[in-house]
Structures are given as structure tokens and as C-alpha cells.
Design a protein around this ligand. Sequence first.
Ligand code: SF4
Length: 132
Amino acid sequence: MGYLEQRKFGELERSHAAESLDAITGQTPAPIPADQEAAIVRWLAAIGETDQAIIADVLTTCGHDEGARAYCLGRAGYAAADDLDDRRSCRKCRNLRAGACTVAKPGSAVSATRGYRPAAPEMLRRCDGYAT
Ligand code: SF4
């Protein structure tokens, strides 16, 4: 099977998977707020993703799956504009230096080994050690 055929087959598989998810969960994709969708689309563009089918697939998945949406928004560095979301990213925390959390130590507000390096510093989270 050639590259284009494989790619088309992959698109069909993804399309079918989304339909199957609808059948299993009984859920239909929920609309993503426009500002969140724009953030995810900007992030995909920034990482070089231009395939409209893949972009649509990511947005559809984010409509089904809150975890996937949180992941993508975290990667996009998205911070909600309202005051209801108190999550922040390590990337914007003053305690992150050279990729390591400077306040992490066992038993502290960030109870982890010294030199802890957050695996996804863009991901939004609640952390007692966050510093502005
Ligand atoms: S204090 Fe919390 S938010 Fe800040 S870098 Fe460490 S783990 Fe991340």
C-alpha cells in the first residue's frame, strides 16, 4: 500500500473510530469554546500540523474527551481568561528554572524529589508551590 493510500486508510480509521466512540458513549461532540478552539488550532499550526483532517480530528476528540482537551490546551499554553480557572502552568511559574522545579522536595508544597522536572511544563495544573 502506497503512502497516500496508507494516509487515506488512516483517515478512514480515525473517522470510523470517532463514529464508534459516539455509538459507545452515546455522546456527540460538544462544541469547544471559540477561544479554546483558537488556542488549539494555533498550537497545531505552531507545531507544523496543517492537515485539515487531523486538525478536525483533534478538535472532535477534544469535544468528546475532557482529558484530551486539557492536554491540548496545556500544550497550547492556554490560560482561561475568567477567574474560575485557577490552574497555571509550570512554564509561567517563577519556581521553574532550567526545566526544574526549585522548590520541590519531599514533604514540601511540591512533594517530589529535589530537581523534579515537570514532564509537561505547559500543562495547566493546580500547585501549592506556584509563584508569580
Ligand atoms: S512550584 Fe509547582 S507550578 Fe511551580 S514549577 Fe514547581 S511544580 Fe510547577
